[in-house]
Design a protein around this ligand. Structure first.
Ligand code: FAD
Length: 444
């Protein structure tokens, strides 16, 4: 029997991984990407240069046999390194011994996924094809090539993996009875760079995610294999301490020196980067359904989230794992596969969207605050001392495969426990096993 044919619109992280999944299963895949072929043109995706890859993303890469290759070039980040205004450092480990997140190159990962998809004779990649329109019920798509030619394509199923501003999602929206919301943070982001030192080493601890929390704005930095750091400055577009007020090199220099005095000397091209690099917007998109006719949405097209939990790509990759699970469970009934996929993922991707906003507020306002550090310390200690009885929310989200919604619910329970410990000054009693286990039992 002839296997089904898939059209994938969007060859970013989710689309190229899905192309590999479907290609390995022997389906005919035509993947259409608006951009030129990054394997030839060295395109960097115009967005964050590196990303934090954690357990959910790794699981999907393991399924297609790519985890080892990607992790070989990744840089482990074992904790957060906070920089205060005076340049004093405070370190908080993530998770337990041996648990860490990985800094990986966005372009390198995308490239490797495209190469792997292309190794399958049943997968065809079409670059410089911009999707203009889609018929969800007939899985028909129309593309405009860079040279202006219009191409119509037809298959058995259509998957929209064309990101936060998805054209396929537009076809869902105009097909009627679709829930949709889109909300922008008042903050945007700009990327800056800390190069390697003169003697070719990292300028800061390479095994940490560096954070400069400053109230309503902040900067973070992730290491790259070439010994540079990519810094991302998150700040309001307008108003007090905003990008709007930093129009000239002098304004940028004095602002950066005032707030990030320990980082500026490490950034010789800071002004050039600041004046040249764009300010990106941060959007949360929620929509439903994700399955209509013969078409589904997957990845950011279904659930774009803000980047503050480092989970956007991980969630997209987990979408692929879950779709794969549903195929294994329900084929040949494709309607059930797609319906179960959307039912399973929607509440969980909603939860990670909300967690990402929550983490934004936490990182921005609280990471440098002593009470927050105390809370994080207690949480970490409980996790370390009673690993089978207590899980921190960050650990559940980042280092486990517990559904995101369950991690969200667990966080609320954990907060009640932590509040009790802090209100009653029980910090010194964390090793009192009997007391702690009874409190954990009561609250969690
Ligand atoms: P995309 O990566 O956006 O890919 C969509 C693709 O579709 C693109 O190649 C695009 O060119 C193509 N396309 C778009 N429109 C069309 C069209 N009409 N026709 C054809 N092709 C089209 N996630 C993490 O897990 N960890 C992190 O540390 C992290 N950091 C981030 C930092 C920042 C600043 C940002 C903005 C995001 C971050 N993310 C992170 C989130 C992550 O980047 C996204 O979740 C992920 O890229 C989504 O993958 P996707 O394939 O769904 O969409």
């Amino acid at each position: 029997m002839q296997k089904e044919k898939f059209t994938i619109v969007g060859g970013g992280l989710a689309g190229s991984l899905l192309g590999v999944f479907l290609g390995q299963k022997g389906y005919k895949v035509d993947l259409f990407e608006r951009r030129s072929d990054m394997r030839k043109d060295n395109v960097d995706g115009h967005r964050s240069i590196n990303l934090a890859l954690s357990n959910r993303g790794i699981k999907a890469l393991e399924r297609v046999g790519l985890a080892e290759t990607i992790l070989k070039d990744a840089i482990p980040m074992h904790g957060r390194m906070m920089h205060d205004k005076e340049g004093k450092l405070a370190y908080q480990p993530y998770g337990l011994e041996g648990q860490y997140i990985n800094s990986v190159s966005r372009a390198g990962l995308n490239l490797r996924l495209l190469e792997l998809a292309d190794e399958h004779p049943n997968v065809d990649l079409h670059f410089e094809h911009k999707c203009l329109d889609a018929n969800l019920y007939e899985a028909k798509t129309t593309f405009k090539k860079d040279d202006g030619e219009i191409v119509n394509h037809e298959s058995d199923f259509l998957v929209g993996t064309d990101g936060a501003y998805s054209a396929v999602r537009d076809a869902f929206r105009t097909s009627g009875r679709v829930d949709y919301s889109q909300s922008y943070l008042k903050h945007g982001y700009k990327e800056l760079e800390i190069p390697a030192t003169a003697d070719g080493d990292f300028a800061m601890d390479k095994n940490a995610l560096h954070i400069w929390p400053r109230g309503h704005f902040m900067m973070i930095a992730l290491p790259n294999p070439n010994k540079t750091f990519t810094c991302t400055l998150f700040m309001p577009f307008e108003g007090e301490d905003s990008f709007d007020l930093l129009k000239t090199a002098e304004q940028a220099q004095s602002f950066m020196m005032e707030h990030f005095a320990d980082a500026v000397p490490l950034m010789p091209t800071m002004l050039e980067d600041f004046m040249h690099n764009p300010v990106g917007a941060l959007v949360t998109v929620k929509t439903y359904p994700w399955f209509r006719g013969k078409s589904i949405l997957l990845g950011d097209s279904a659930h774009a989230i803000v980047p503050f939990y480092g989970q956007g790509m991980n969630a997209c990759f987990e979408d692929c794992t879950i779709l794969d699970d549903m195929m294994n469970a329900y084929l040949p009934n494709w309607d059930t596969v797609f319906d179960e996929y959307q039912k399973e993922r929607k509440p969980n991707d909603d939860a990670i969207a909300d967690l990402a906003i929550q983490n934004f507020i936490e990182m921005r306002d609280s990471v440098g605050n002593p009470e927050f550090l105390r809370k994080k310390h207690i949480e970490h200690e409980l996790n370390r001392l009673y690993p089978t009885d207590f899980d921190g929310q960050y650990e559940l989200v980042t280092f486990s495969h517990t559904p995101y919604k369950q991690a969200w619910d667990q966080g609320a329970k954990n907060d009640a426990l932590l509040k009790h410990i802090m209100d009653n000054n029980l910090d010194k009693n964390l090793e009192d096993k009997e007391l702690m286990l009874s409190l954990i039992k009561k609250y969690v």
